[in-house]
Design a protein around this ligand. Sequence first.
Ligand SMILES: O=P(O)(O)O[C@H]1[C@H](OP(=O)(O)O)[C@@H](OP(=O)(O)O)[C@H](O)[C@@H](O)[C@H]1OP(=O)(O)O
Length: 488
Amino acid sequence: MAQRPLIPVTSLVSPQTAPRTRTMPNVLLHIIPFYFATLTGIACCSVDDGPFKDKSDIPSIAKYFTTKGRYEEVNPYLRDDILAVNTSILKPPSAQCQQIHLTAVIRHGTRYPTTKNVKKMKKLYNIVVHNATEDHSWLREILTEWKMWYTDDMDGRLVQKGVMDHKHLAVRLSKMFPTLISEEKLRGGFIPFISSSKHRCVNSTVSFIAGLTELWGIKDQEFDYAMNDALMRFFDQCTRFVEEVEDNPLAMTERDKFVEGPEMTRVQQKIADRLGVPYSLITSDMAEAAFYLCAYEFAIKTVNSPWCRLFDMSDALVMEYANDLKQFWKRGYGYDINSKSSCILFHDVFSRLEKAVSENKSGKQVSETATIMVGHAETILPLITLLGFFKDSEPLLSTNFAKQSQRSFRTSRTLPYVANLLLVLYDCGGGDIRLQPMLNEKPILFPGFSGQNASMELYQDVRQHYRDLLHGCDFDAECHMATHFVEL
Ligand SMILES: O=P(O)(O)O[C@H]1[C@H](OP(=O)(O)O)[C@@H](OP(=O)(O)O)[C@H](O)[C@@H](O)[C@H]1OP(=O)(O)O
């Protein structure tokens, strides 16, 4: 593997010029957004990682931001110490157990809104500026102090907070798994990095690597990563998913019906009342735009912006459910093809586990001690769905919002920025190999397992549990159109 020059993290890669394989980027093109914003005093990219002065800094609705949420809201202890690690949560059955390999599938870090949402946010801002009649301090702040700073070309790019998200995760994982993620293993090429080709994922991968090189002061060696969309953007290449879900307007019927339903209409009316504008101006899209303005201002700039005052807790629960309906029907249990499209990643992950187990068994050095794979929410959610995690007895429908308040399928808790699924292998001696699943640095139970083994199951039992997928789940067969005629 060719060694590459150390990449300064702030020099992020643009989508257009992202080379297939890594060469020194034309930094200027991409650091401008960072520094321009800072120079003009809009601290868009400089994040205050420090502990919050007090709770009012955190929007009371921050824990309902779904896939637009901060990682720290899922792990609140990180608000006070962003590098905190609690190794005691790992309970291998005996002290003999040695970590031998981990595969990590990680979502990119905090990002700007996509162009689609910037347009909606701008439309809402214009509606408020030209129509609001109510007199509240927070509304005066929007009308007199707050400026629309989001631009169309932000296009979901990684922001500085996203760079820090991955740098910090890299350091925490090296503390949690010191024999798997170490300077010696990194320098020795035992830690491969794989990324989706999307700019926010490439830059997250670069940031993760930098988190390690800066931790160990490595200045004399460069580290490579591979871009692999077949693995990290399988959803683009699964024809059946694209035709039956992605490009099929009927596929999101439950979400579309919910955002036209009574719960959302009530939220829209409450927002219109708070602004003092006609109900007709606040559509469900404008309600979503307001919610996203609150979420992005908090995720990117760590501020509790006046836009958050447009929602109370009950409103936020409705907004959360609307996005969870999208995630459920587009990437989760809604349609079988959503999860079956991740078969290629499932097999890749289990083949890496199997390779490590057989190398370890034959006394050979495990060639990949840690495999770091960086993708999207739509990379991780289909995979954890295929594995059967967070499956409720009832599907998420436009008509059962009230019954879904205790659902486990809740992306605010499972899929924030830098969300990560880890599969960690342990050798406990005498051929006793264990597999520990972790989500967002917390051990979870494999579905269907009781946890009597303190959640660290026997590797062979896990393979037995997924035997149908391991012997089936053929990406080409699942994604090929001709063989499937499904009534939607
Ligand atoms: O609502 P937006 O445009 O932000 O949706 C994005 C996806 O963001 P998410 O729904 O996950 O919050 C984005 O996924 P990400 O993990 O990369 O952030 C996805 O790549 C992008 O195409 C948009 O998804 P959509 O399904 O096309 O709306």
